[in-house]
Design a protein around this ligand. Structure first.
Ligand SMILES: NC(=O)c1ccc[n+]([C@@H]2O[C@H](COP(=O)([O-])OP(=O)(O)OC[C@H]3O[C@@H](n4cnc5c(N)ncnc54)[C@H](OP(=O)(O)O)[C@@H]3O)[C@@H](O)[C@H]2O)c1
Length: 179
């Protein structure tokens, strides 16, 4: 079974995007000279599993930002909905979380970068996430797409590390024990 790992930025009030999916509160900041560990994180991953809402945002990025293979989790999209330029780099899978991770495990993926708030929550609820690295941006945006909520029974986390950066980012990493 592939392990899920999360590396995500949130506002201090817990949102990963504005209600209209805007990311200006994150991308409009100056982080020059800071290494937040994203490249090192990616180097440990075999691929990326993202929710379809996240895919719709990143599909508009030019150039395409990922070297790793990408799987879009979607029950409404099909491979036919992918832009032609991405058809060799992106697949769509409709499997429930555990079945999806088992399928990727059978392909040899040991670790997947799981991205998108709703997708992360459902993978957490299914016990498929082993590590959360959450970078908190010092801003309150008041409303938006949440990272957490609705995951059911308590999920106990082990704090591994917290570090802060001159820009005001605070990054905490938690290990999530296997259920
Ligand atoms: N701040 C950051 O670091 C960061 C990181 C990632 C994303 N974002 C932003 O967050 C927003 C997207 O997050 P989101 O929470 O709205 O959506 P999301 O998790 O990206 O996508 C949710 C969609 O994925 C599909 N899906 C398939 N299997 C699922 C499952 N098991 N559980 C849940 N959803 C499943 C569903 O749509 P269908 O099945 O109908 O297709 C669902 O509506 C975007 O604006 C993106 O840019 C920010």
């Amino acid at each position: 079974m592939t392990e899920g790992h999360v590396f995500i930025a949130t506002s201090l009030d817990g949102f990963i995007a504005r209600p209209d999916h805007g990311l200006d509160w994150l991308t409009g900041r100056d982080f020059s000279g800071e290494d937040h560990g994203y490249a090192a994180f990616l180097a440990e991953m075999d691929g990326i599993v993202m929710g379809s809402a996240t895919f719709r945002t990143v599909a508009g990025f030019d150039p395409w930002p990922y070297a790793l293979p990408v799987v879009v989790a979607s029950r409404s999209m099909t491979t036919a909905d992918l832009p032609p330029a991405l058809s060799q780099r992106v697949r769509v899978m409709a499997d429930p979380p555990a079945a999806l991770m088992a399928r990727l495990g059978a392909e040899g993926w040991q670790r997947a970068y799981v991205d998108g708030g709703a997708l992360i929550r459902s993978f957490l609820a299914a016990g498929l996430i082993r590590r959360l690295t959450i970078t908190t941006v010092p801003v309150l945006i008041g409303a938006g797409r949440p990272l957490f909520g609705g995951t059911g029974a308590d999920i106990a986390l082990h704090h591994a590390e917290t570090r802060s950066f001159p820009s005001g980012l605070v990054q905490s990493t938690y290990r999530v024990p296997a259920p």
